[in-house]
Structures are given as C-alpha cells and as structure tokens.
Design a binder for this molecule. Structure first.
Ligand SMILES: [Mg+2]
Length: 383
C-alpha cells in the first residue's frame, strides 16, 4: 500500500492491489493467446500467458501475503526477548503521536462535531468483531451489538464490509442500519430522492421488513463471472489444507490464515492461474485473505459517498462523517471522508501502519468504547 504518507513513524505497509497495471502492463496492450474467451461484461481483454509473468505475479503476491497483517503478539513471542517487546511499544507509541487515540481525542472530535450531524460508517471484520481463524465464526458480541444499536438510534449508521451483504446482516442482525456488502458493490440504503446518471444500476426495492429501499449493485453484470471464478477457485484449491474460499457475492475471498506458510505460494499460484483468464477482475489483499473482485472504479470510499448522497448528507457543511475500519480496503473510505467531507477515519490497529485515517483505536473493544462515548455525548448534549 503506497499511501505517500508524509508521516515519519516506522510503519507497516499493506500490499497494494495487484492487477496488470500495477505490474506496469496495460491489459489492452497484451496480445491474445488465452485458449478460452474471457467472460468480461462489455470487454474482451485477453491475458497473455507466459511463464515468466506468472512467476513474477505469484512471487509479488507471495511477498504481499507475507507482509499482510503480521501478528504482533506472535512476533514478540517468537523472539522471546523483552527488548523486542520494548521496541515494539516504542514504535507503537511514536506512531500514536501521528495517529492519536480516538478515545483520548474524544473531546477534540466532538468539538468538531458541534452543530453538525454525525454519519457513522463501520467496517465489520476486525472492527466490530475480532479476526478469527474461521471467517464463518466472526461473530460480534451481544455487548457490541447493543452499542451499535444505540449509536444507530442517534446517528445514521452503515456497515461497509467485504462480506456479502446477506452474510454481514446475519452477523449484525440490526434492521436499523444500512448495509453495503462486497466492498460497497452491493448497497441497500435509504430511498434516494435523486439518482444521478452515474448510478444507473440503482433500483427501488423492499427490504425484509417491507420497507422501501434503494438497491445499488454497480457490478451486477459481473455476477455470472464471479460465480464461475468461485467454482474454479474451490476446485483448484481443494487439496490445499486450511484454505477457505468464501462466496461474497461480487467478490471471492480466498482465506489462507489456516494454511501452512510453506503452501502460501501454492495458494497464490492457484489464484493466479484462475485470474489470468479474467483480466477484468482484480486482486486485493486483506488480512490473510486474497480477494478477487471486478476491476471497476468502485470501492468503500465510493460507497460512503453514495450513502451520504442517499441520506441527503452530501455537499453539507454541517455533516461530520466518521469511518472506522482496520483493513487496506478501508483506506479508500478514510481518504474520502477526510478529503471529500472533512470527516475522520479511525484505523483499528495494534501495530504501526501507514494510513489515511486521522485517529486510531487498538482493537474492537476500543471501537466499542468509542461508540459508547458517542452515545453518552449525544445524550448529554441533547439535555
Ligand atoms: Mg475489516
């Protein structure tokens, strides 16, 4: 992740999204040699198969996989050296100067919110729920659910997740919220008064409660392709112990958290082998997960803008959007809230990390504390 940050603390950098352009190659310049016609909605862009390129892509991916979310506790434990632990603390504290705690800075944040409406955007995995070995078991606690329910009573609140919208709703189970799944490519939000020409995939629908909503799926035409890729990835990786291929509707997530590190290259190779037939899909790296999704100009940041528009809160000086997330894919949203809407991104991280967020919290328990403080502040300011 090249954030061009001018901050000076030692930081970890997340890997950048990998597609052909990041490898210095423009897809349209590659001569066709694939034996099968790639299924690209509105596109016929081939991928040239060469062993050298495959090796290069796989090795880039492997490097990115290795740098993805190194667990600080394991590093400390493995080194088993109190000086290493001390150094980690020093580095974290130095980083905190540049990404202050949202809890310690709470008064500063609420000072900025005076006279404004707060709109809240929350990632799910690693933000509201802990990162766990089995992604199907990333449950949020009842205490967290109760706090999110309360916060949504006072502020418009949306969950923006890489999971499918249905899956994240199953975890959260709060009808008071708006949900954007598949990294914002599947949004169920409030009925928009105005739909711009840019959003032709936005249709009126009804939710489970019969309430009228807008459904926006900017990558709708990719669905058959994504399903095909899902089947291929399941088949290709079936013999790799520990790999988990997850269907997130407009995105396929290949989790390698439980795969022995010596087999990560095999995982990267399998994903590479499948992806090379689909040049209009791209790969992004999350925390021990490779994510395959449509290579369209849409991300969590665009989803934030879309939801603010839907809520009638865009182009308003009296709105303060706050986005809380832990992953590389949340960076697009941090940038949008900071640059486009004078809001704040809050990065959830227990290790120094380059980010476009303004503040930080250490883990989901601190996210809960921050949300609780927002509720208390809103209640007291209403008196
Ligand atoms: Mg996350």
């Amino acid at each position: 992740m090249d954030l061009k940050s001018n901050r000076t603390s030692p930081v970890l950098t997340d890997p950048a999204p990998m597609n052909m352009s990041t490898l210095g190659m423009h897809s349209t310049r590659l001569p066709y040699s694939s034996p099968r016609a790639p299924l690209c909605p509105g596109l016929t862009i081939p991928w040239k198969k060469t062993g050298i390129l495959d090796d290069f892509r796989s090795s880039c991916w492997l490097d990115a996989m290795k740098s993805s979310s190194p667990p600080p506790k394991k590093i400390t434990k493995a080194v088993n050296n109190e000086y290493a632990s001390y150094d980690a603390d020093v580095a974290y504290n130095a980083w905190m100067v540049e990404y202050p705690s949202a809890i310690a800075s709470f008064e500063k944040i609420t000072d900025q919110a005076k006279g404004k409406s707060i709109a809240l955007f929350l990632d799910y995995d690693g933000t509201l729920s802990p990162i766990v070995d089995n992604p199907d078991c990333a449950f949020m606690s009842d205490a967290m659910r109760a706090v999110v329910k309360k916060v949504a009573k006072y502020f418009p609140t949306a969950i923006i997740s890489g999971r499918s919208r249905d899956k994240v709703y199953e975890f959260v189970k709060l009808k008071e919220l708006y949900y954007a799944g598949s990294h914002g490519m599947d949004i169920m939000g409030p009925v928009r008064q105005y739909i711009s020409d840019d959003h032709t995939n936005c249709v009126r629908s009804v939710d489970e409660q019969g309430k009228e909503v807008n459904l926006f799926q900017p990558a709708g035409e990719f669905l058959p392709m994504i399903n095909e890729v899902l089947r291929s990835l399941i088949e290709r990786t079936k013999d790799v112990i520990g790999v988990n291929v997850e269907n997130n509707k407009f995105c396929v997530s290949v989790h390698y958290r439980n795969v022995d590190e010596k087999h990560w290259k095999t995982v990267a190779q399998h994903v590479n082998d499948v992806l090379k037939d689909y040049p209009c899909l791209k790969l992004t790296h999350g925390r021990k997960v490779l994510e395959v999704r449509p290579d369209i100009s849409w991300n969590k940041g665009k989803a934030v803008t879309f939801l603010l528009e839907s809520l009638g809160l865009s182009n308003c000086d009296d709105v303060l959007p706050i986005y809380v997330g832990d992953d590389q894919t949340d960076e697009d949203a941090f940038k949008v809230v900071r640059e486009g809407h004078q809001g704040y991104g809050i990065l959830v991280s227990s290790v120094p990390k380059a980010s476009d967020a303004v503040y930080s919290v250490k883990d989901p328990s601190e996210v809960m504390e921050f949300l609780k403080s927002l509720v208390t502040w809103r209640k007291s300011s209403a008196l």
